[in-house]
Design a protein around this ligand. Structure first.
Ligand SMILES: NC(=O)c1ccc[n+]([C@@H]2O[C@H](COP(=O)([O-])OP(=O)(O)OC[C@H]3O[C@@H](n4cnc5c(N)ncnc54)[C@H](O)[C@@H]3O)[C@@H](O)[C@H]2O)c1
Length: 372
């Protein structure tokens, strides 16, 4: 029997479902109705949150969900990256199973990017996928992590190693949650807002610079959250599964060097701070590659300083730090062919370029002298 039967299956319809991202000061009060709308058959919701967010805002969200007739099954995890673990995922799914959460019920991720990644992956795995709604409360989660459907947990070998695409059924963003966010976390989220603006929109960059004259303040940045989400959303909508050569990969701007600095510092430099240093590095590499002029670095440094982010990556680009940085970049998952790295540069604000660069070219370019 050498016959081979080939059946060509059409793409699953589930991958063609869109989702709404609602942004505004009335969103928190309408969380219950919005979850009902996003998951009309849900009777109960598994709400994943962390201790900080739940203590500050949990009762309000619980009341809004219960008011909409939804039974609330909270699972409150320890704040921090360590909760993006297989053990915590199993804790969620076992808890839902014990409480009787069904396949038409929904999961609500109420917290920062850690909670979103964790709850989204658990929702993806539970009963082969239940709907989930993102209610992001950190600036980073609002402008970045909650949009695009990437959900993941960490393993010892790498951050975000175990993950999936599981697009949310809705994302509910109320910038007023940001009022309780610590200043350092706010600045870290601002780094991603600045990244989106550098990639796609000079008017947004100018608006961030104008708003942030007193540093990263929630009240100043909140009105720009919706525009920042729209920039990321347009990018991921055009390339939902990161298969295009110049689609979602652009969102790695600042992350090649940034992620390496984060690792080499033993995570003493926070992710957003490291991204800020990576954005400065990207401006320098862009200039070293003959793509951009010195004005780009001045622009990048100016806006980062206004929100209180660091702008001097030099210490990480010299001596033994440079070797460790190169080794960390070598582990970069966006490794190209022939020993090169897929590196995102800028010809100018709003003009990203995808480059294939050697690690030496990246490190040397980022450390380039002759700066403005
Ligand atoms: N899925 C994606 O596309 C994507 C994109 C970027 C980042 N991420 C992931 O996001 C995670 C980082 O997200 P993060 O920076 O939000 O971290 P986080 O979830 O750890 O939140 C940061 C801190 O802020 C606290 N917090 C959150 N909202 C608050 C509020 N309103 N008031 C007071 N405190 C609040 C949290 O308790 C936590 O201590 C990383 O794991 C990263 O890998 C995912």
């Amino acid at each position: 029997m050498n016959d081979v039967l080939t059946l060509q299956l059409p793409p699953p319809p589930s991958q063609r479902r869109g989702y709404a991202v609602r942004v505004g000061a009335a969103v928190a009060a309408g969380v219950g109705a919005s979850v009902r709308e996003a998951a009309p058959r849900a009777r109960a919701v598994g709400v994943v949150s962390d201790d900080n967010v739940w203590a500050l805002h949990g009762q309000r969200v619980r009341a809004a969900l219960e008011h909409a007739g939804l039974q609330v099954l909270p699972q409150v995890v320890t704040p921090g990256e360590a909760s993006k673990s297989i053990e915590v995922v199993l804790g969620c799914v076992d808890g839902w199973a014990t409480a009787g959460l069904g396949r038409h019920d929904a999961v609500v991720a109420f917290g920062g990017g850690v909670v979103g990644d964790l709850a989204g992956l658990a929702a993806h795995l539970y009963m082969r996928g239940v709907p989930w709604v993102g209610v992001p409360t950190s600036l980073l989660a609002q402008v970045d992590a909650s949009v695009g459907g990437k959900v993941a947990i960490d393993r010892p070998a790498a951050k975000n190693l175990l993950g999936a695409f599981h697009f949310p059924h809705a994302v509910l963003v109320d910038p007023r949650w940001l009022a309780t966010l610590p200043a350092r976390e706010l600045a870290c989220g601002a780094a991603e807002m600045i990244k989106h603006a550098l990639l796609f929109s000079r008017p947004q960059l100018d608006a961030i610079a104008a708003a942030a004259t007193r540093g990263a303040e929630a009240a100043a940045l909140a009105p720009l959250v919706g525009a920042s989400i729209a920039l990321k959303a347009a990018c991921v909508a055009a390339d939902p599964f990161e298969t295009e050569p110049a689609g979602r990969v652009l969102l790695n701007l600042g992350h090649t060097v940034g992620h390496a600095i984060e690792q080499v510092s033993g995570f003493a430099v926070a992710h957003g701070e490291a991204v800020a240093l990576g954005l400065v590095a990207a401006a320098r590499v862009s200039r070293a590659q003959g793509l951009a002029d010195a004005a780009l670095e001045r622009t990048v440094v100016d806006v980062l300083q206004r929100v209180g982010l660091p702008t001097a990556p030099d210490a990480w680009l010299q001596g033994e730090h440079a070797d460790a940085l190169a080794a960390a970049i070598a582990h970069d998952k966006k490794r190209g062919d022939g020993g090169t790295i897929t590196y995102i540069a800028l010809a100018d604000v709003g003009e990203p370029r995808v480059c294939a660069l050697t690690i030496d070219a990246i490190v040397a370019g980022a450390a380039a002298t002759g700066r403005p």
